[in-house]
Design a protein around this ligand. Structure first.
Ligand code: NIG
Ligand code: FE
Length: 402
């Protein structure tokens, strides 16, 4: 009797499906792909017979879901390494921002860069992520802070997905900073009344983000941005509680945010509100490391409240110039006390939740896109326990193996 048709059949692999709680480990696993989707992922014993166009003998290699980097700012121009040196000499991130450096510095450089330049710069950073098994990324705008440049950033972000085998989600972060020399009230009008409805209508943004902080936007201002996003039918996210507790996590939760990110200063109430709303806590240990922060996100409160934990790079030129999700996971374990299992779920299924993509990616389950990372390791801990050459053997996006 002929078997079920498959385009690709991985045999003799060890799977970490991330389906259900834990890693969902399957020793001696089989994974079948048809039309870009997973049609089977499980034990060999229980696998139906497949008639496969291509069989891939895995000989004990590990297969995990393709990694999801759910928080990046990777489309930008310019360089801020000089700020790194200034921080080493004692200036703080907030002081540099108030003095016209920080985000404003990247805004100047990004405005001056044309689309082709931004694309080339973005692809270079993206390639570093892909080399470590990433198959889905989120990219934020927020370094234009005017209509034209914000759109250019979002167009370039979308274009990344046409140039590489990766899925891209775009997030409009107009409320990142008040543009240099700009009027605060007029800028918020532009963001809320013009940009958000227009970007939603154009399909250029999949979500809306804010930076709620003393050096950025207040709770009241973020409330207005969130309201505009919701009115335009876009889900929201928040840079919350990075440098101080301004109630950003609870506010984001009130708007049903997909995620609240950073969260070093998040309170127990913030964690409880996130749990209730199903808002994912996205931890960004790269920013914590590079800003030499002391206050850690309240992982124990998140665990106790049942908040999903994700990890992302926050790849950006200032607070987190780190183009490695794997290193970010390592840092989340070492600096924040996440377990290896939490780090893995944080780069896969929980990161998918942070983008609202949990039904499409993030686990090895029938019906999901065949986004896979194939690892030449003996144990999955090796992927996060070592900083150095990538142990990735191959990557599969939408059923295309590379
Ligand atoms: O996620 N927190 C605000 N925004 C970015 C960094 C922006 C920058 O320094 O360029 C972040 O850390
Ligand atoms: Fe960020």
């Amino acid at each position: 009797m002929a078997g079920l048709p498959a385009d690709l059949l991985f045999e003799g692999a060890r799977l970490a499906t991330m389906a259900g709680p834990g890693l969902g480990v399957v020793e001696d696993g089989v994974l079948a792909v048809r039309d870009g989707r997973i049609v089977y992922a499980g034990t060999r014993d229980t696998a139906p017979a497949f008639e496969a166009a291509h069989r891939v003998p895995c000989d004990g290699l590990w297969i995990t879901p393709g990694l999801v980097d759910c928080h990046t700012h990777l489309v930008f121009a310019g360089d801020r390494s000089e700020e790194f040196a200034r921080r080493l000499a004692g200036e703080s991130y907030a002081e540099i921002a108030r003095g016209g450096g920080g985000i404003a510095s990247t805004v100047r450089a990004t405005r001056a860069a044309d689309e082709a330049t931004l694309l080339a710069l973005g692809l270079k950073r993206l390639d570093a992520l892909l080399a470590e098994g990433v198959t889905t990324i989120e990219v934020k705008s927020g370094y234009g802070l005017d209509e034209e440049t914000e759109r250019r950033q979002l167009r370039v972000a979308r274009a990344l997905g046409a140039h590489r085998a990766v899925a891209v989600r775009t997030t409009y972060l107009g409320a990142h900073a008040v543009p240099p020399g700009g009027d605060r009230a007029a800028y918020l009008d532009l963001v809320c009344d013009r940009m958000i409805p227009a970007l939603a209508a154009e399909g250029l943004a999949d979500a809306v983000d804010v930076f709620q902080e003393g050096i950025a936007f207040s709770a009241q201002e973020c409330t207005r941005v969130f309201s505009a996003a919701r009115a335009a039918g876009l889900p929201v996210k928040s840079h919350a509680e990075q440098l101080s507790d301004s109630g950003g996590a609870a506010l984001a939760a009130r708007f049903g945010a997909l995620s609240a990110d950073h969260l070093e200063y998040c309170s127990a109430e913030g964690a409880a509100a996130m749990a209730q709303a199903g808002t994912v806590a996205v931890l960004l240990p790269g920013a914590f490391l590079m800003l030499n922060e002391a206050r850690k996100p309240p992982i124990a409160s998140f665990r106790a409240a049942g908040v999903r934990l994700a990890v992302a790079t926050d790849l950006n030129p200032g607070s987190s110039p780190i183009a490695s999700l794997r290193v970010s996971a390592t840092l989340a374990c070492v600096l924040f006390g996440m377990t290896v299992e939490e780090a893995w779920r944080g780069m896969t299924i929980n990161a998918a939740h942070a983008l609202g993509l949990q039904d499409r990616v993030g686990s090895l389950e029938p019906g999901k896109r065949a986004d896979l990372a194939i690892w030449s390791v003996d144990h999955l801990a090796q992927v996060v326990a070592q900083i150095g050459p990538s142990p990735l053997q191959a990557r599969c996006h939408g059923g295309v193996l590379a």
